[in-house]
Ligand binder design. Structure first.
Ligand code: ADP
Ligand code: MG
Length: 675
């Protein structure tokens, strides 16, 4: 005789109950052949379920061996056992154990999903099975919308979807009324006739009568093993019509045939599956995570809250820092880019500086000859009224060099700037800004008009475009004319108020400053001037505001960490809460990695969505901020947003790992007995 399909040899199973050991199965020996229908009967607590769990590879014996088709299961690892559960066994439980979040169809598909079946194919199969089990109008119903009998039929379909060569039914009628129970038993008999090996556990002798062979168990020992002769074909003949339809349930490739060895060596098959990488499982885990999240919206939101606040604060702080820095930079830029100002005196606020008259246009010319100098302009300021016909306004009148406009970054709206010739000839020409034009001329006839600066008549030859600068007073009126004209024709003096030097782009401004200082010191024989280097100011501001941003970001990052710990906490609770679901998934053949991924994906998804909402919140803060009347805007950098997203995702992985690992390591039997 060939070897039995399932062969239990000297199997014992004991549980530790406090100090003592409770031996539930005692040296069991049992052979079950392919195609048999066996009932295991015994009183409650006699060890039936424990035996069933060992038969279904959900549990391992402490002692003895369990061979499936000649293969010793004790030599198999977790993945190989999962593959066996997935591909050869189909479980039917007393309390159905369907996943509450999924529809009937979704529940039936689960084992096929773990067997790497494509989405269309597994849906087609599930539909077929449910239709043939009379549930075609209940496909989209959730378990709590189904009667007990219907739920049990869904679980039968689930047991069959991967073939279900061996059906293990633990008290399948225990929760059903007698008529549904009888129907269930007829269904199992039909499956038996189709070639499935059926093992059912019951405490009810009437139910056991449906089986061909009845094994009696008492206190963990087999006390009887009899063939049931009472079965007559009449019992099932009344369902002959149904029978025909049921045999059609079997999808050809899965139809078990009693005369043929359908169970292949599991190790070989497992290795083949391991090579088929299938994203469908991860996609499904993602879908499940989304379903779980939407079913618990408030909790999901509260879980995310820490991440949302953390990300929002990181992004807004960085944006705020960038915005304020930018506004300071704009101020400095309005002083000219890479410029050095030279003023008389010993420093800002030196009262005697007005009396120092050693800074001259000649100094400016001398500076121009330095190799690193791009352009130089002296400035002479005059405090005079600006008049045109009957209009008199006050504004800033400055005598400047031709380079001035380049140094300060002005461009023309109309007309032209004055040239070197005009400077040499002390010409009475002026360039005005748009404010002055609007103040004095109503019809845009500024060009060519003559205005009076004090008593000096000058002709307007150019109008500048307004420059984007936050600092420069936008109401200020500016009139520029050659510095020679101001010092020669208004003041009759030969010194200037200050000199502005623009340094070449690629020159280190500190070095340039040193060069300028030593040249002027040589010319004046003394240091009666001081320099203001905009580049140095810019750098120091950049540095302080960077430090501030880093500091506040560090605090925000800590809040993000706290948020992550919150996520971990809730995920751990969620694992405990969903223990039963995990048990079911493991029973229908999920690998440990499948469970792990499901929870990890959920944690990452929560953090990712939290990150997205946090960034949204940060933008909202920016909008509110811009209406708050602040003089600068928040600037959002792509880098900080990408960093925030990466950070929240990493937190999901980091803090999701522990709960996910806990879930994957759950003992399926304990998990299933939980409610
Ligand atoms: P049956 O299904 O025949 O009613 P079980 O196989 O479920 O019985 O349980 C047999 C005995 O083993 C019971 O006394 C039960 O308390 C004990 N038992 C079952 N599972 C465990 C476990 N995980 N830990 C401790 N004791 C257990
Ligand atoms: Mg039991």
């Amino acid at each position: 005789m060939t070897e039995a399909l399932l062969n239990v040899v000297g199997v014992s199973r004991s549980f530790s109950a406090g100090e003592d050991e409770l031996t539930v199965l005692k040296e069991i020996n049992l052979q079950i052949n392919r195609g048999e229908m066996v009932a295991i009967i015994g009183a409650s607590g006699s060890g039936k379920s424990t035996l069933m769990n060992i038969l279904g590879c959900l549990d391992k014996p402490n002692k003895g061996h369990y061979f499936i088709n000649g293969q010793d299961t004790s030599a198999m690892d977790e993945n190989e056992l999962a593959a066996l559960r997935r591909e050869y066994f189909g479980f039917i439980f007393q309390r159905y154990h369907l996943l509450g979040d999924l529809t009937a169809l979704g529940n039936v598909e689960v084992p096929a999903l773990y067997a790497n079946e494509g989405p269309n194919e597994r849906q087609k199969k599930a539909k077929q099975l449910l239709t043939r089990l009379g549930l075609s109008d209940r496909l989209e119903h959730k378990p709590n919308q189904l009667s007990g009998g219907q739920q049990q039929r869904v679980s039968v379909a689930r047991a069959l979807i991967n073939g279900g060569d061996v059906i293990l039914a633990d008290e399948p009628t225990g929760a059903l009324d007698s008529s549904s129970g009888e129907e269930m038993m007829k269904l199992l008999r039909e499956l038996h006739r189709d070639g499935h090996t059926i093992i059912l556990v019951t405490h009810d002798p009437h139910i056991a009568e449906f089986a061909d062979r009845v094994i009696e168990i008492k206190d963990g020992e087999i006390i009887g093993d009899t063939l049931n002769t009472k079965i007559n074909d009449d019992q099932s003949s009344d369902s002959a019509a149904e029978d025909a339809s049921l045999s059609a349930i079997e999808l050809d490739d899965h139809k078990p045939q009693a005369d043929q060895q359908t169970i292949k060596p599991p190790a070989v098959k497992h290795r083949r599956l391991a090579r088929t990488l299938n994203w469908s499982r991860y996609l499904e885990a993602l879908k499940m995570a989304l379903v779980g999240m939407t079913n618990n919206r408030l909790r999901t939101f509260l879980t995310m809250l820490g991440i949302i606040i953390g990300i929002a604060s990181v992004v807004s702080v960085v944006a705020l820092g960038a915005g304020s820095q930018q506004s300071i930079m704009d101020n400095i830029a309005s002083m000219g880019t890479n410029t050095i100002e030279i003023k008389p005196g010993t420093g800002r606020g030196d009262r005697r500086s007005g009396r120092i008259r050693t800074l001259t246009a000649a100094d400016a010319n001398a500076l121009k000859s330095l190799s690193f100098v791009d352009s130089v302009t002296p400035t002479v300021r005059a405090n005079v009224a600006i008049r045109y016909s009957s209009e008199t306004v006050s504004g800033s009148v400055q005598g400047v060099g031709t380079d001035y406009f380049r140094v300060r970054g002005y461009s023309l709206a109309q007309g032209q700037f004055f040239a070197e010739d005009s400077v040499v000839a002390m010409e009475q020409v002026a360039v005005i800004d748009e404010n002055t034009e609007q103040a004095l001329f109503s019809e845009g006839d500024a060009l060519g008009s003559v205005i009076f600066l004090g008593h000096l008549p000058v002709r307007v030859i150019g109008v500048t475009q307004p420059i984007e600068s936050v600092s420069s007073n936008s109401d200020e009126l500016n009139v520029w004319l050659p510095y020679t004209t101001v010092s020669g024709r208004i003041f009759r003096q030969n010194y200037v108020d200050d000199i502005t030097v623009r340094v070449d782009e690629n020159v280190e401004s500190e070095l340039a400053e040193q060069g300028i200082i030593s040249l002027l010191t040589m010319r004046h024989d003394t240091v009666d001037f001081f320099t203001i280097n905009t580049d140095t100011i810019r750098k120091s501001i950049e540095k302080t505001s960077d430090t501030m941003t880093m500091l506040i970001s560090a605090i925000a990052f800590i809040s993000l960490l706290v948020g992550g710990i919150g996520v971990m906490n809730i995920m751990l609770v969620s694992v405990t809460e969903r223990t039963r679901e995990i048990g079911i998934r493991i029973a229908v053949g999920a690998r440990q990695t499948d469970i792990m991924w499901q929870f990890l994906i959920e944690a990452v998804l929560v953090c990712f969505c939290g990150g997205a909402l946090g960034i949204g919140l940060a933008y909202l803060v920016g909008i509110i901020f811009s209406y708050s009347g602040s003089d600068f805007q928040m600037i959002y950098s792509g880098t900080s947003i990408v960093a925030a997203f990466t950070c929240s995702t990493l937190i999901g992985i980091l803090f999701g790992y522990l709960p996910a690992r806990n879930a994957a390591r759950l003992n399926p039997i304990e998990a299933l007995s939980r409610d």
